[in-house]
Design a protein around this ligand. Structure first.
Ligand code: S3P
Length: 439
């Protein structure tokens, strides 16, 4: 396999880039479009491996989905709430936790059976967190290792509403319960102590569902009607994060990134960078398909350490690997706490990032629920040849290493780069276009 090698950058970055469509919203657009009545049009769909897993599964469940321009836009012929059909085969979610967990909710309420599986990374991730509340709703859902892991088997059942307090701040669990709640008898109430991304609430509302939201409670009633919509998916702020980070660690850099999602449940990384000293202007803010979208302009400046914890963690959960790289370039000791959830992502992102940082000669302390990172005040990363890179199946770890390589003392062949298309299909091509990678 061809290696993806990133070169240390000798000059400032001054450019404009566009980032891929948002992954979380792309998944939801296909799922919700499939159970709405009528033809949903989706423009700027993310044709990454993860979202294509969701799309293919909805097709297996009998939904007609046409794609144009190599999946850049889709039309989904929604079947309405009660007309999905049994798949002839196992449903393979690949590497995608969002596909598996959201579909557990949807499929628990159907009158047919389904079996969900995934790749080695997904089979190792916790699924008890969705199996437990869905079982309380009356679902006949079971999984390997005492109902904690996939493959997952779902038998036909009739659901009833519940009141459920989330024990972890997870939008995937919340969304699974909400999707099941659409079909349940009576009201389903979800109590969320810490706010997680709210795309399911926003999209279901856009499709005409009635969802009551008060303080930290979400209530969804039964007998909802979903009507097809035309959606345009904004740029993914979690993908933009890698280039915002690159600009913040390479002196004198400037970058313009238009049309990025700025939903406040997703802007934790931008806020953290600002707190560290980066200058980020958010302009031209608009509401598109129920989501806030804006242009971002970043200018590099000196970075100082910060502490990130508590209710801020869900707002930047996917950006923590790249935040670690920025923290390692700041002055002083940065701390991440209350982020134990990172251990259950595509890889254990706490121990994987600790290993990455050690390999880059950064002083790091691995905590049960986070990391302490001693920043180098802008000194280049020094690759330690006595240590190994971590073995992983994780797109965000690979992209974090690629960005760190821009500020390293030697070129780095990015380990695990084959996972990058999971969320950012043209990352490698973009790095080449920006003269950041070696051919
Ligand atoms: C996602 C929710 C988050 C996030 C994941 C996408 C979603 O996971 O890490 O990449 O689309 O709902 P959790 O719900 O497990 O926190």
């Amino acid at each position: 396999m061809k290696q993806f090698v990133v070169n240390p950058l000798k000059s400032a970055i001054k450019t404009t880039i566009s980032v891929p469509p948002d992954k979380s919203i792309s998944h939801r657009a296909v799922i919700i479009g499939s159970i709405a009545s009528g033809k949903t049009e989706i423009k700027n769909f993310l044709s990454s491996a993860d979202c294509l897993s969701t799309l293919k599964i909805m097709q297996q469940l009998g939904v007609e989905i046409a794609n144009f321009n190599n999946y850049e836009s889709l039309t989904v012929l929604g079947k309405g709430l009660n007309a999905l059909s049994e798949a002839k085969d196992v449903l393979n979610c690949g590497n995608s936790g969002t596909t598996m967990r959201l579909l557990c909710g949807l499929l628990s309420a159907q009158s047919f059976q389904s079996v969900l599986t995934g790749d080695g990374s997904l089979l190792a991730r916790p699924m008890g967190r969705v199996i437990e509340p869905l079982t309380l709703m009356g679902a006949k859902i079971s999984g390997r290792e005492h109902n904690t892991k996939a493959p997952i088997v779902i038998l036909p059942s009739v659901l009833h509403g519940i009141s459920y307090e989330l024990t972890i701040p997870s939008a995937q669990v919340k969304s699974a319960i909400m999707l099941a709640g659409l079909f349940a008898k009576g009201e389903t109430k979800i109590i969320e102590k810490e706010k997680s991304r709210d795309h399911t609430e926003k999209m279901l509302t856009a499709f005409g569902a009635t969802i009551k939201q008060e303080k930290n409670e979400i209530v969804i009633g039964s007998e909802q009607k979903l009507e097809a919509q035309s959606l345009v998916i904004p740029g993914d702020i979690s993908s933009a994060a890698f280039f915002l980070a690159a600009c913040s660690i390479i002196p004198n850099s400037e970058m313009f990134i238009p049309k990025v999602l700025v939903n406040t449940t997703r802007t934790g990384f931008v806020n953290a960078l600002k707190k560290m000293g980066a200058k980020i202007n958010i302009t031209n803010k608009k509401e598109i398909s129920c989501e806030a979208v804006a242009d971002l302009f970043i200018t590099a400046s000196e970075l100082s350490s910060i502490e990130v914890k508590g209710s801020n963690i869900p707002l930047l959960i996917d950006e923590i690997p790249i935040l670690c790289i920025v923290m390692a370039q700041a002055s002083g000791k940065s701390v991440i706490r209350d982020a134990k959830e990172l251990r259950f992502k595509e890889s254990d992102r706490i121990s994987t990032m600790a290993q990455v940082l050690r390999k880059l000669s950064v002083e790091v302390n691995e905590l049960e629920d986070g990391l302490e990172i001693n920043g180098s005040s802008g000194e280049p990363f020094k690759v330690n040849h006595d240590l190994e890179w971590p073995q992983h199946f994780d797109h965000r770890i690979a992209m974090s290493i690629a960005i760190a390589a821009l500020k390293a003392n030697e070129p780095i062949a990015v380990p695990g780069s084959e996972w990058i298309p999971t969320s950012f299909p043209y990352f490698e091509k973009l790095m080449h276009q920006l003269h950041m990678a070696v051919v």
